[in-house]
Design a protein around this ligand. Structure first.
Ligand SMILES: Cc1cc2nc3c(=O)[nH]c(=O)nc-3n(C[C@H](O)[C@H](O)[C@H](O)COP(=O)(O)O)c2cc1C
Ligand code: SF4
Length: 447
């Protein structure tokens, strides 16, 4: 998809990116000039367990899609036993409509590296693998250059973190993907880093206990790790002053978040906003409104896997409680917006094609179901479907995924939610296609 120029409204993890009109990669010299690696210095003055407690206290929820609290995940690691322990950084970013991690890598790679170093110290992980999607050729070069700079500056390497400030050495490697969406699923990613085909693993065991090469491993998204830096620098109370509490008595959505908006808006881009901002405000204030003043028809919530928000859900707050609007979740918080002219049957077909192509094929419901879903939607789109096809479509979609308990990974849940929410929220459009066509017969007098 076409990448758009980011427009940052509230610059917290993105503070040193410079003037939006004159944006470039922040190199090591500039990063250090703007207090870069001060968060790492502060973290190294603390015991690793205390850093974990801070991240836990901040309730930093994973920015890769599932929203799982990072500090809690970190606390699942077993005690160090002298063997290797890994950090796998997820920069696969293959979710359609999601393009936020790319910007962190493009413009602020040292910020990401600082988050990686802090996480490695906190969790006592000696090796980090940065897994970057295959199509990010430029970003891979930018990041490798930053890794090299970080080694030269003594952040990583055998002398110990930050020029040997602590006698704990960390190595960081870049690993390029080959373009499969499934390698973004955390255990598919681990298989890929091990040099195997990206097939997700059955869990448990979870990566924290048995991950890369059978050793304890933390998998975190790029943005999650970037957010660790300002949390360590500014403290838990500051972090909690951004974002929102849960509206339904669940876990809070603290902090700011990169939100990448695409689709029918005047000014698509990546915006840094506090969690909880209503989608309407995101579109109207930051994206210049709907394109050509058209009416809002719906939006993919945050990556196609999350399903769609319907025409009456424009005011849904962009926080981790968004599931109450009958979508799977906030996902990556990167909505694709549709205007009144959008053919939702075509949208469903396009998404179904994506999932069919990206299913890794291990689980029968996902492998076969994704093919059948595409066939049925294509038939309906062509006007050759029946009402029975519509019911069958919902039945197949609803039986796939971790939630119904039929698959190894969540790719099938994404297919399930995307299809069901589109069919349920725009049922009229589908029914109009499956109705038999009525050809009026004109009878004239005497004829
Ligand atoms: C099919 C599939 C694709 C995924 N793709 C990504 C991805 O590209 N990037 C990412 O960070 N997480 C992705 N995830 C989520 C990861 O499995 C994992 O939850 C995440 O990397 C953990 O990091 P976090 O807790 O910091 O968010 C994907 C999950 C599934 C099921
Ligand atoms: S759900 Fe689909 S993508 Fe995930 S492991 Fe099973 S077949 Fe592969």
């Amino acid at each position: 998809m076409a990448m758009t120029e980011p427009v940052l409204t509230k610059r917290i993890p993105t503070a040193p990116w410079g003037d939006p009109k004159d944006r470039r990669t922040v190199d090591l010299a500039e990063y250090l000039r703007t207090d870069g690696y001060k968060g790492l210095e502060k973290a190294l003055d603390q015991k690793p367990a205390d850093v974990v407690e801070t991240v836990k206290g901040a309730v930093l929820r994973g920015r890769g899609g599932a929203g799982f609290p990072a500090g809690l995940k970190w606390s699942f690691l077993p005690e160090p036993d002298g063997g290797r322990r890994y950090l796998a950084v997820n920069c696969d970013e293959a979710e359609p409509g999601t393009f936020k991690d790319r910007l962190l890598v493009d413009f602020d790679p040292h910020h990401v590296l600082e988050g990686i170093a802090i996480a490695c110290w906190a969790c006592q992980l000696d090796t980090a693998y940065f897994f970057i999607r295959g199509e990010y050729h430029h970003q891979a070069k930018v990041f490798q250059r930053a890794i090299d700079e970080a080694y030269e500056h003594g952040i990583f390497g055998k002398q110990g973190l930050l020029k040997g400030k602590v006698p704990f050495a960390v190595d960081c490697h870049l690993h390029r993907g080959a373009g499969a969406y499934i390698c973004g699923e955390e255990t598919g990613l681990l298989e890929a880093v091990e040099g195997k085909r990206g097939w997700p693993r059955i869990k448990p065991p979870f990566p924290a206990v048995k991950g890369l090469f059978g050793r304890p491993t933390i998998v975190n998204n790029v943005e999650t790790l970037a957010a660790v830096v300002p949390i360590i620098e500014n403290g838990v109370d500051w972090w909690k002053s951004h974002g929102c509490e849960s509206a339904i008595g669940g876990a809070p959505s603290y902090g700011s978040k990169l939100m990448g908006v695409s689709g029918h808006v005047e000014r698509p881009g990546v915006f840094e906003c506090d969690l909880g901002i209503p989608l309407r405000e995101l579109v109207e204030t930051h994206c210049g409104g709907m394109k050509n003043g058209k009416a809002f028809k719906g939006a993919i919530a945050g990556g196609v896997s999350m399903g769609v928000l319907g025409p009456d859900q424009f005011d849904a707050p962009m926080d981790f409680d968004i599931g109450r609007f009958d979508v799977l979740g906030l996902g990556t918080a990167c909505p694709t917006v549709f205007d009144e002219d959008t053919d939702m049957v075509a949208v469903a077909r396009n998404i179904a094609r994506f999932f069919k192509n990206e299913s890794c094929g291990q689980c029968t419901p996902c492998r076969e179901g994704s093919g059948w879903i595409l066939k049925l939607i294509t038939r309906i789109e062509r006007g050759a479907g029946t009402t029975k096809d519509l019911d069958l479509l919902l039945e197949i979609a609803g039986s796939m995924g971790l939630t119904p308990g039929t698959t190894i990974c969540g790719l099938a849940d994404g297919n399930n939610w995307a299809v069901r929410t589109i069919v349920n929220k725009y049922r009229g459009e589908f029914e109009a296609r499956v109705k038999p066509q009525f050809i009026p017969v004109t009878v004239t007098a005497g004829g």
